[in-house]
Design a protein. Structure first.
Length: 425
RNA sequence: GGGGAGAUACCAAAGCGGUCAAAUGGGCUUGACUGUAAAUCAAGUGGCGUAUGCCUUCACAGGUUCGAAUCCUGUUCUCCCCA
């Protein structure tokens, strides 16, 4: 099986230019690239999809370039947006750039014969004047062609600024720049990048008369219709400060049976036969979630490391498998401290506990977890509030220090899956 | 430039003087069932020490009225048709 078939069979190819398979088949080492715009301080789990494709290509001997959009990030890509986006300030872009760079460095090999290289398109755009851009880039693109792109067409009614309209030309120029300076012959990106990628192919064809290739990875969706990687409207970030490794692990562990095979193929680099075995075992006893556990462990380890994974597993086991009230009281102080670090938590003075006249008041003192007293009361009425594993049935109960585990901790549970640890001191 | 329609809670969408904290659907939260699933069913979904109670909400600012999401005036924004 060649590399193109491999990435195809893993479900990593959504759209590909016609000469891609041949280019990869006939060359031992081709340089390729994907761009990442610094629109957020962290990558999210969805960004991992093109990165997985890049890893596979690199392992097969091809050379990856990562393009950071220090310049394009200042303009804003209209792809996949139905509204003009607000301009990001240079400071924000700079800060984001730094965050992305450190994250990206974890995911590809930067040493060896096919070492990955990071470039920033600010390098060439910053020193280029407007006239030069018009003459060197603008002259080779036809407006009719640019307007006919889906992304642009869709936006013509609702409005698209000249800046965002120009984005595809900038990206096309990037591709050309990497092609002429580093012999980069393939561009890949998310499925919304197809228009920009083909613009680059067209551009290079016109300017150099050469043929280059491109492909897109699919946008992963879930069986329930939601975008993969979104939870309650928020992205699952790779930055542990924004999405804790525990939450990251839990998100993947909760993957629906219908989706898990697809995700295994995308995110786990084991041979496909091995993944087939995992699925086979999973189907024998789906309730054990063998496949989900494998996926969650593999990806959490990949992104956050072995230690963070073990913490996430330990917390998950403690809470969901051995989560009886007795077991909770058997936990040692160090184990509780560990849970505190792993789960969403808050610290408050003991006086808060002493002065709270009801459970409702105490909970409402933590607005990050409980936005209002009404909400707490509602939750209690529905039987959904649990403190230290014991359901709270009366919201007017007065809490006291005897509730604390190891004189410090309170494990609060909202529904079945949402845990918070409160620490009093 | 001319004519018309509209702006209601997270979204869609009823309501057109009191019975409106505002129908209905989706979403979301919780419960039951379960595999920390799916499907299904049930409850909840502005705030408040829980109340035939009070407070803040129906684009914004004023006004009429005992009483306004509903009527009037102005402002802002959106959509449609004609030129």
């Amino acid at each position: 099986m060649n590399i193109f078939q491999e990435i195809q069979r893993r479900g990593l190819v959504n759209n590909a230019s016609s000469g891609l398979a041949e280019l990869l088949a006939k060359n031992d080492s081709v340089a390729f690239y994907a761009g990442f715009d610094p629109t957020a301080p962290s990558l999210h789990i969805g960004n991992l999809v093109p990165l997985m494709a890049m890893r596979l290509l690199q392992k097969a001997g091809h050379k990856p370039y990562i393009l950071l959009g220090g310049a394009t990030g200042l303009v804003g890509d209209p792809s996949g947006k139905n509204q003009e986006r607000p301009l990001l300030s240079e400071e924000v872009v700079q800060a984001n750039l730094l965050g992305l760079r450190t994250q990206l460095e974890k995911f590809l090999a930067f040493e060896g014969t096919h070492a990955a290289v990071i470039v920033n398109n600010a390098e060439w755009f910053a020193r280029m004047g407007y006239l030069e851009f018009l003459r060197e880039a603008g002259k080779y693109m036809n407006v009719a062609y640019m307007i006919s792109k889906d992304i642009v067409k869709r936006r013509l009614e609702s409005g698209i600024s000249y800046a965002e309209f120009s984005y595809q030309l900038m990206q096309a120029y990037d591709f050309w720049y990497l092609y002429t300076h580093y012999n980069v012959q393939i561009q890949l990106g998310g499925s919304d990048q197809w228009g920009n990628i083909t613009a680059g192919i067209e551009f290079i064809h016109k300017k150099c008369g050469k043929e280059v290739q491109g492909f897109t990875v699919p946008l992963l969706t879930r069986a329930d219709g939601a975008k993969f990687g979104k939870s309650e409207g928020d992205n699952i970030w790779l930055d542990p400060a924004q999405t804790s490794p525990y939450r990251f692990y839990q998100y993947l562990l909760n993957t629906a049976d219908e989706d898990v095979e697809k995700l295994l193929r995308v995110f786990c680099e084991e041979p496909l036969e091995k993944l087939e075995e995992i699925m086979h075992e999973h189907r024998q006893a789906p309730h054990l979630r063998h496949a989900q556990r494998y996926l969650a462990a593999s990806l959490t380890r990949f992104v956050h490391g072995e230690e963070a994974l073990q913490r996430a597993i330990l917390a998950s086991e403690t809470l969901f498998r051995k989560g009886s009230e007795e077991n909770l009281h058997r936990l040692r102080a160090t184990e509780l401290a560990e849970l505190f670090e792993t789960l969403p938590h808050a610290t408050a003075p003991l006086s808060l506990l002493d002065e709270a006249s009801t459970v409702v008041d105490l909970m409402a003192a933590f607005p990050a977890f409980f936005p209002s007293k009404s909400e707490v009361r509602r939750l209690i009425q529905a039987g959904g509030l649990t403190v230290n594993r014991r359901p709270v049935t009366d919201g007017n109960l007065r809490p006291d220090r005897s509730w604390l585990l190891h004189n410090r901790f309170l494990l609060v549970q909202k529904g079945k899956k949402q845990y918070f640890v409160l620490r009093f001191e």
